[in-house]
Ligand binder design. Structure first.
Ligand code: EPZ
Length: 416
């Protein structure tokens, strides 16, 4: 098992480039199965979750080629299997999105409860309700769901809670269903909009993506196409937080600052100096004051940036309350941050208080999930002395060659 050795406490400086969004790439890969024509996807990050998704898709009998770094070609001329590989699906929540094209094209799909980050219960009840609303039948036997529908039929569906992968799956399923589907209380994340843009470029008729109401007029077939994924807003946000936490000057290139409005507003309010350009953000060293954060669906403060922001609060002056509203298990990682010297009080599974600034000490830490892994990395870069981060597979799931990119801005980090 690989690990990172980090010698922290150094100021960083330089330019870091943002890769394509993992959570957009995984869904565009799944969407490519809706058409029997070739699709090309650009700006795909070379991360472990993408590799797992590619393996699952190849096992379904779909031709998928890694053309070059960041680029894939998929041709789902035929899909020979309707069962999603259980072992792989348990590693990856996004595998659930594959259920939609399989159901829409083959009329059936078999899959296990998907895995992914252990950050809370993560049910799939809304997906099942959505597919039922489109006319499908759901069975659960021997730990596997089997969903069948000779042809999906357009419907009106209101999401009980806005779910990102749920909204994306319903868009996919409804794109080639018979008739019109109206989705309400949809997730508005930029990744949802990018997915709809791709499908529309292939001939789908989707309007309203990026808002709470999406209307999909089903078409019989989609053509092939090409799509460039959007920049990873979580990666860009994590580097902005890293700059503020280490009091460093870092320019984040090839990002979409508009996708980070909630974070950038908070950083400014906390005293961070930053320069926003069309596709870049420069963070300039400044004194940071604590403030409270509450995670919220887009365009609110993203739950995926909660962990890095907690580390920043350990380096900020004053006290801040962190309220994680989306997941019930996404604050447990802070126990290890306390052992690094952070002054954190846990009120309940959704709320912690952080007092700063505190000096963090290097430690041996285990990366529990993608975003907490990134937070430990930021904490290790802030800390005095040496840290060892175990289980870096979790970080590699979401961030491409992170140690090489951090070294370029002066970080003392090595993979062993
Ligand atoms: C997506 O997960 C992302 N994953 C997550 O990123 C991200 O944290 C999350 O959206 C929120 O922004 C991918 O895109 C692959 P949800 P998703 O369904 O879609 C409840 C990362 O680190 N819910 O929007 O699985 C759910 O429990 C990952 O890259 C139901 O109750 O999240 C949660 O409280 C981690 N029933 C809320 O909805 C359902 O059937 C929102 O979750 C589905 C969801």
């Amino acid at each position: 098992m690989q690990k990172f050795i980090v010698n922290g406490g150094k100021k960083l400086k330089g330019v870091i480039e943002i890769k394509g969004a993992k959570n957009n790439s995984l869904k565009i890969l799944a969407a490519s199965l809706l058409t029997n024509k070739p699709v090309r996807i650009m700006n795909v990050p070379e991360v472990e979750d993408v590799k797992r998704m590619v393996e699952i898709i190849a096992e379904l009998g779909v031709k998928i080629k890694h053309v070059k770094n960041g680029e894939y070609e998929i041709w789902a001329k035929e899909i020979i299997d309707h069962s999603i590989n259980s072992e792989a699906a348990k590693k990856l929540r996004a595998s659930i999105v594959l259920t939609a094209p399989l159901l829409a094209r083959l009329g059936k799909v078999k899959f296990p409860h998907p895995g992914g980050c252990v950050i809370g219960e993560r049910p799939i009840d809304i997906f099942l309700e959505g597919y039922r609303a489109l006319g499908a039948k759901v069975n659960y036997k021997k730990d596997l769901y089997e969903i069948t529908a000779p042809r999906l039929v357009g419907t009106k569906f209101v999401f009980r809670t806005p779910t990102v992968t749920g909204t994306e799956s319903m868009i996919l399923a409804a794109s080639i269903a018979k008739g019109e589907t109206v989705l309400k209380n949809c997730a508005c994340e930029p990744e949802v909009k990018s997915l709809a843009d791709f499908l529309n470029s292939c001939g789908a008729k989707i309007s309203g993506a990026g808002t709470h109401e999406i209307i999909i007029k089903g078409v019989d077939k989609l053509k092939g196409g090409a799509h460039r994924t959007i920049p990873d807003r979580v990666e860009a946000g994590s580097f902005a937080i890293l700059a503020a936490a280490t009091n460093s000057e870092i320019t984040i290139m090839n990002c979409e600052p508009e996708h980070l409005d909630s974070l950038l507003e908070l950083l400014k309010k906390a005293g961070a100096k930053l320069q926003k350009r069309k596709n870049s953000i420069k963070i300039i060293p400044s004194k940071i004051k604590s403030l409270d954060i509450k995670t919220h669906e887009y365009p609110g403060f993203p739950t995926d940036l909660q962990a890095p922001f907690c580390v920043l609060l350990t380096q900020s002056k004053g006290s801040g309350l962190v309220h994680e509203t989306i997941y019930e298990g996404r604050l447990t990682w802070t126990e290890e941050l306390k052992r690094m010297g952070a002054d954190i009080h846990t009120f309940d599974p959704h709320r912690i208080g952080i007092k700063g600034p505190t000096k963090l000490r290097g430690r041996e830490i285990e990366s529990p999930d993608i975003r907490a892994g990134m937070a430990y990395l930021i904490a290790a870069l802030c800390a005095k002395g040496k840290s060892t981060i175990n289980n870096v597979y979790q970080i590699d799931r979401g961030y491409e060659k992170i140690e090489e990119r951090l070294r370029k801005i002066g970080a003392d980090i090595h993979r062993i």
